[in-house]
Design a protein around this ligand. Sequence first.
Ligand code: BES
Ligand code: ZN
Ligand code: ZN
Length: 461
Amino acid sequence: MVSIESVKESPFEIPVKIIFVPRGKESVLGVAIEGEGDGFTVKDGRIIYAIAIDGESPDDIRRFAARCIRIAREYRLDSIYIIPPSAENDTYFFLSEGIELSAYAFDKYLSNKPFRPKRVYIHSDDPNGVYPYIRKGVHFSEATNFARNLVNEPPNSIYPETLRDVAIELSRDDTLFDIEVLDSEKMKRLGMNAILYVARGSVHDPYFVHLSYKPEKTKGKIALVGKAVTFDSGGLNLKTYDGMKTMKMDMAGSAAILGVMKALSFFKPDVEVHAFFAAVENMPDGNAYKPGDIVRAYNGKTIEVLNTDAEGRLTLADVLSFVSKHHSNVDYVVDLATLTGSIMVALGPYTAGLFTENEHLREAILTNGQMEGERFWHMPFDKRLGEKMKSKVADLRNTAEMRWGGAISAAMFLRNFVDFPERWAHIDIAGPAFTVEDVDYNPPGGTGFGVRTLLRWLLSF
Ligand code: BES
Ligand code: ZN
Ligand code: ZN
């Protein structure tokens, strides 16, 4: 992470400046930079840049910060001095988010690490007053970067055991955390067969993990569920080269909820939060589950497996049934899952599909998402598509005969495992969880999508 400080005056002796001119704005934004980097020459000790920004929305400010970091990288500047677009407290929050998110790089496996700026000074007339907002931004980004790291780790490093260990490690951060882990023996006894079936082709045993945060004072109870397929090869319905190459990201839902949990030990909000995931690897093998298999999920419903690549919904079926049975007193249950390619056909790669019939929950996610620069679009439940998920030989089938509306039929499938759908939101993050291109403050790889929206929501309790 970059170290961020608020200061009254530029700490640098060399008066090198980059001036940002906001489009259609009178005020001038300035960045002073220190030192000389490769290929960087100081003319008269002063360099003027004029770069326009689009406005002062939270995301405009994050993007502005990202451009400052880009310039620091380009000129190999250890430290930069930023004069923010406005003196509002939240500007410092958005700026520090933008700085930490764009300065992130997953370089632990690189022998030659790319240059990273180390310090950012942000101007303020009241450095102490704005500091808490900077700190908040740093913790929001740290949680996001934590999730990004988990997604970016290769599948030979993050597999069910190690993902379980990440949660166990996290639970030691704070006495307000508790952890419950079920191994395959335990799941067998309990009848969590859908999880076990998906895991059958893998050499890695599956684990069910329940990490909880219980503050002394609590104004509510929230369950967060994350899809945690540490690698999705498709199983016997093997994916193609193109389809498989990014499938280490199929645990991004669980990474996001772990990122949220990590930040709770810092913010300590007055709300009980329970995170659940079933860590599995989906592989083809002599012992793998097969198209045609019928499996009985934790809530007793039978599922005909028609496609072993529709594995996420199987694991989620057991987890959602578990939450329904043992935590029916939650105010809300929200699941995050890289569930379908179909949601990307519908919304593109930058937007998550939000399925919920709860207006309050919908508004909470949409408005917090808007503030955090995470895009959600409300999607419909469709009973007629739900009908297509019925099997002739079992209660349900895991894929519809028809491929149209695949993200919706997946949501309709999950609905069969939630006992209180009026308090539930399903979020299909297959698109925005991972990016192959550099987008604003998201470098290629895992984006940590969902962390900041959920965090902002939980802090509003
Ligand atoms: N993990 C994939 C969905 C996915 C695709 C996530 C692309 C991110 C990027 C999921 O398990 C899957 O394979 N879904 C199938 C479902 C189909 C077999 C009904 C899909 O979307 O093709
Ligand atoms: Zn799949
Ligand atoms: Zn998957």
